[in-house]
Design a protein around this ligand. Structure first.
Ligand SMILES: Cc1cc2nc3c(=O)[nH]c(=O)nc-3n(C[C@H](O)[C@H](O)[C@H](O)COP(=O)(O)OP(=O)(O)OC[C@H]3O[C@@H](n4cnc5c(N)ncnc54)[C@H](O)[C@@H]3O)c2cc1C
Length: 569
């Protein structure tokens, strides 16, 4: 059996005497008795333990034939994982191996220490995030049981991965684990996949049932209406939630799939401020989610909004789960889906040759090599011109017969003047070729059906994006493509309908419903970048305050200002 003491690194730091004293001042001391279980996998509320002396083992699959001691914590180490922040059930067990003494902090006490001491907070949160990454990589935690080719479990595994739930895949038909998974269970073909957590077995669960079993969905309790409901947890929604929480607004953040949005699926975001070496989209999302929760934001996943209604005073968001939320303000951050080429192996090459943005980063990757740009709009034209300055050659691939049909004349001129751009009309991409990286694409002529291959290092896809705003029906005004109109653009496009709906000039980012703001990719005219989405989220919170202040009768505002003046005097 593996019984190594955890190495002293970012995931398992040693606390200094001062840090232990700080934690001691908030928590309480208790003895550790050999053999005692501090917590088991599946327990809803765990405490945070600092080991003063003694040894504690961290165990996966406790009590099963697969039981594995992942490591031992000794003096001046702490026992705990990201679930202490997220409210998820524990994925592992902790058992005392050598008696001693510990300092115990409840979740709330821990959050208060993290909030009041930046260095210690940083150390603990970074360790939690690193520990979660380790148990996700090692496949500890819950078991997903399926049979080859594991098609039945694909959706569930994707959901667990997007939500950073540690899990492993067990083939029911093979090996010890498979036999053990079947042990005592009658498993019919319609039962697959199974989701096993400790003694709990879910048969062919929906994502919602899995989320409930793992405590990913928090009770949406609130005393009356929320101050704000943020719909969509991509960078824009996370940005809004962090700022709303930090400014004391009672906030709930919901997402139909997972916290992180499109950025959460990006292998590396290279151009986000403050991360010179880039950061994986999923780590950025995880850090932001922890930050939001630290500020008291409630999160609910998977929770799809299906309608927005108002009684003129409060808004109601109806959810697919059957629940509904009442709120004074709403931040709509449901993003857009970039249209993708329907090609085999697309997912394999995304980020390794297939790109949806043409920035310096992608240009450097393809420096001096041939590339192709797909699309006939201005974004495709701009990308082709930009890339032509960096790469050997650009093939601009259009399905139509006329480049002028969708592209502004000034871009058409620049495309035609560039020596190293060829325009291929009536041309579609049929196949992507390469091993790990893209090396060539097979093309097809729409008129003749002839096929040929061109070598490319990158293919840049600009065939449009569809806003995820269909669920709003005609609740608010959008542009011709369904992107939500806000602020000045809204007032210019629809002065009369806007006046009828809210009775005042829209604030920036405000939709045709007063107090409902739209941010990120789903907003008409948005920039479609992680940083701009986060920035708009932050900005919306400032505007929410402005809106709420406008709802407060002037007499109450004057009284509040007078009392604020008195207390600061
Ligand atoms: C492959 C790829 C790589 C990229 N790389 C970069 C990059 O390197 N740098 C950069 O700056 N930008 C990059 N982008 C663009 C960037 O990811 C987006 O601009 C950004 O994610 C937009 O954020 P958002 O919050 O507006 O929307 P999204 O990230 O799309 O998030 C919207 C969220 O809303 C949820 N949602 C939708 N409908 C509902 C509903 N009805 N109820 C509840 N939830 C709902 C979705 O599940 C989703 O999580 C990339 C995009 C792609 C596709």
């Amino acid at each position: 059996m593996n019984e190594t003491v955890f190495d002293s690194d970012g995931a398992f730091p040693r606390l200094s005497a001062e840090q232990i004293a700080l934690l001691d001042a908030t928590g309480s001391r208790r003895p550790l008795i050999e053999g005692e279980l501090l917590f088991e996998a599946g327990e809803p509320t765990c405490d945070f333990f600092v080991i003063v002396n003694g040894v504690v083992a961290i165990i996966d699959g406790l009590g099963t034939s697969e039981e594995n001691v992942l490591g031992l914590h000794g003096e001046a180490r702490f026992v705990g994982e990201l679930n202490l922040m997220t409210g998820e059930l524990a994925y592992l067990a902790a058992q005392v191996r050598e008696s001693g003494e510990a300092i115990v902090l409840s979740r709330d006490e821990l959050i208060s220490v993290i909030g009041s001491n930046q260095r210690l907070g940083d150390l603990i949160l970074s360790a939690f995030i690193a520990r979660r990454a380790m148990i996700v990589d090692a496949g500890n935690g819950v078991r997903v049981v399926d049979v080859k080719p594991f098609e039945a479990s694909r959706g569930l595994r994707e959901f667990l991965t997007r939500n950073h739930v540690p899990h492993s895949l067990v083939d029911l038909a093979h090996g010890n684990q498979g036999r053990q998974a079947q042990d005592g269970l009658q498993v019919g073909p319609n039962d697959l996949p199974l989701l096993i957590r400790g003694s709990t077995v879910l048969r062919n669960p929906t994502n919602l049932q899995a989320a409930n079993a793992l405590n990913l969905r928090h009770p949406k309790t609130s005393d009356g209406a929320w101050d704000t409901v943020v719909v969509g947890a991509g960078p824009a929604g996370l940005g809004a939630a962090v700022y709303a929480g930090s400014e004391g607004l009672q906030t709930i953040l919901l997402d139909a799939v997972a916290l992180g949005g499109q950025a959460g699926t990006s292998s590396r975001v290279e151009n986000y401020l403050g991360f010179p070496a880039g950061i994986s989209g999923s780590e950025l999302a995880e850090r932001a989610a922890v930050q939001a929760r630290r500020f008291g934001v409630r999160t609910a996943v998977p929770e799809r909004a299906r309608a927005l209604e108002t009684d003129g005073r409060l808004y109601t968001i109806e959810l697919d789960s059957g629940d509904s939320l009442q709120t004074r303000t709403v931040v709509l951050a449901t993003g857009a889906s970039y249209r993708r080429l329907e090609l085999e192996q697309l997912a394999h090459f995304e980020g390794a040759g297939v790109y949806y943005a043409a920035t310096q980063v992608e240009a450097q990757t393809c420096q001096g090599e041939p590339v192709a740009v797909v699309g006939g709009g201005n974004s495709a034209g701009q990308a082709a011109i930009f890339l032509a300055n960096h790469v050997e050659h650009v093939s601009l691939l259009l399905r139509g017969t006329d480049i002028r049909a969708g592209m502004s004349q000034y871009l058409v001129n620049q495309v035609q003047e560039a020596d190293n751009i060829s325009v291929l009309l009536r041309t579609e991409v049929e196949q992507l070729r390469g091993a790990d990286d893209l090396r060539a694409v097979e093309l097809r002529n729409g008129d003749t059906g002839s096929r040929w291959e061109i070598p490319v290092r990158g293919i840049f896809v600009f065939i449009g994006a569809d806003p995820r705003t269909g669920w709003l029906g005609d609740a608010l005004l959008t542009d011709d493509h369904g992107f939500i109109l806000t602020g000045r653009e809204l007032a210019l496009a629809h002065p009369e309908p806007y006046q009828r709906r809210s009775g005042r000039v829209p604030l920036p980012l405000e939709t045709s419903l007063a107090g409902v703001f739209a941010v990120g990719d789903g907003r008409s005219g948005s920039i479609k970048r992680v940083a701009s989405a986060v920035g708009e989220g932050a900005m919306a919170v400032r505007l929410i305050h402005e809106h709420l202040a406008g709802l407060t009768p002037p007499s109450v505002q004057r009284a509040a200002m007078a009392s604020a003046g008195a207390s600061s005097a």
